[in-house]
Write a protein that binds this ligand. Sequence first.
Ligand code: ASP
Length: 588
Amino acid sequence: MYRTHNCGELRIEDAGKEVILSGWIQTSNNLGHMNFVQLRDRYGITQLNFNKDDNAELLEKSGKLGREFVVMAKGIVRERSSKNKNIPTGDIEIQVHELTILNESKVPPFTIEDESDGGDDLRMKYRYLDLRRRPVQNNIIFRAKVGMETRKYLSDQGFLEIETPFLIKSTPEGARDFIVPSRLNPNQFYALPQSPQTFKQILMVAGMDKYFQIVKCFRDEDLRADRQPEFTQIDCEMAFVTQEEILNTFEGLTKHLFKETLGIELDDFPRMTYDEAMVRYGSDKPDTRFGMEFVELNDLAQGKGFGVFDNAELVVGINAEGQADQYSNKDIKKLTEWMQRPQIGAKGLVYVKYNDDGSVKSSVGKFFSDDDLKAWGEKFGAKAGDMLLILSGETDKTRKQLNELRLEMGRRMGLMKPGDFKPLWVVDFPLLEWDEESGRFHAMHHPFTSPKKEDVDRMLNGDHETMKSLRADAYDLVINGSEIGGGSIRIHDRALQERNFELLGFTEEEAEAQFGFLMGAFEYGAPPHGGLAFGFDRLCAVLMGQTSIRDFIAFPKNNQGRDVMIDAPAPIAKEQLDELYLELKEKE
Ligand code: ASP
């Protein structure tokens, strides 16, 4: 027997018991006549005590224990003379009378402490050591709990967990596919699923009614910060449902997860249309932990001779409350430069300060009277001490830029409070998005999303301009500015699906070749259906108030999409290539 207890469970009540513990050496503090050794496992840390009076031989043996040695210790639980209030086992220690070294360890390349001295790359290379660190381990344990609670909740609601294949044909969901060559079918390729979208819809046609799966998805994208080429979704689909029922079901799941994992009871989630979110926050995933909502100024700011505003489609700003005396001219200049970086691309930034002494100061004071500027302030509800920040230009671009500024100001002003959770549903997304550059429509959600019932006719018969105004029963769950998930009511009718592919620029043949199976299935009694998927990794991170999904994945890839522990991707042998009819080509 390796252990009677784990390293996190013994308490003062256990004093006097003989126990066996196994684990890793965290530290040892050898005083010569005594050695205090901290033994660690997944459950906690327990102190082992070796001393000369008790057993001189064992004390000497304990002196050989290095960091991360794996040991088994048998001994008696007893009260500690100097207690450690910071850990649950801090009242006791083990008076050891038998010590077995189960395995030795090289000196680890970084410290296995909450705050490690190892850099990212080193910790990724020795991920098994990084995973021994408490914060990382806690994240992975937390993830397991979220997964378990998800399964419990959805099973109780009658959902079936059904696996769908990983070796499939390409499904366009906006990213590039990972491709797998087929040995048995020379020169043919599988794609790894970007999501199980078409399969879950087929499961509805098959009568499965309520499906879910906690499932890996693969997207070969250029890695932006905090994206992983393989990530996990809680993927769901339901038949005979309206949008309302789907939102309620998954609001229920979200509330359940917050309650069971954090003990937090969330209020009902507000709903906001896409259009409203864009007008009020310039974003389809607004962080609603704080206000600072957009106020449009076209009516007050145009026609007064300030050309920049007069020529703009939109003049819009935010009120940074209490910031007037926080920003010197130099600070404003820096903030303006921050906004002008190519990532944001604002042309300029106008400010208006309402000073405590009642005076008004603005970068456009030359063009506008104090009364003008005070009227703006009124529209914003600005008080003495507040500062307006105003942008102007083309509507969509300006809103996007102001969204960045709002978030930055929210950060600077400490308005994104950790532990404060503000979920909301954003609904009624546009069905199609016109892309000037490629001169094509893109599906805003994906090509299987249904237009709203009232828009079906306009979609089938309308002209090009009409297509831009179609709305979909598509929705996103947003928490604290993070998109946690999204979904839609689907098309379940062949003619409408064909029309959608046509609008998306597929020829009839292309649509048939790629999605004939789905449209074919629609001809055999497809029920109305819809669903959604939550980003599981992101959900875990948001619940724990963290920003990086990587910390919630046991074996994540680095920014180059590499697994540095196993060193993948890697070349393969000539024979493997031959078997697959593949030839290597020099990179240009
Ligand atoms: N398949 C979609 C996605 O991956 C989710 C859905 O529409 O259910 O985002």
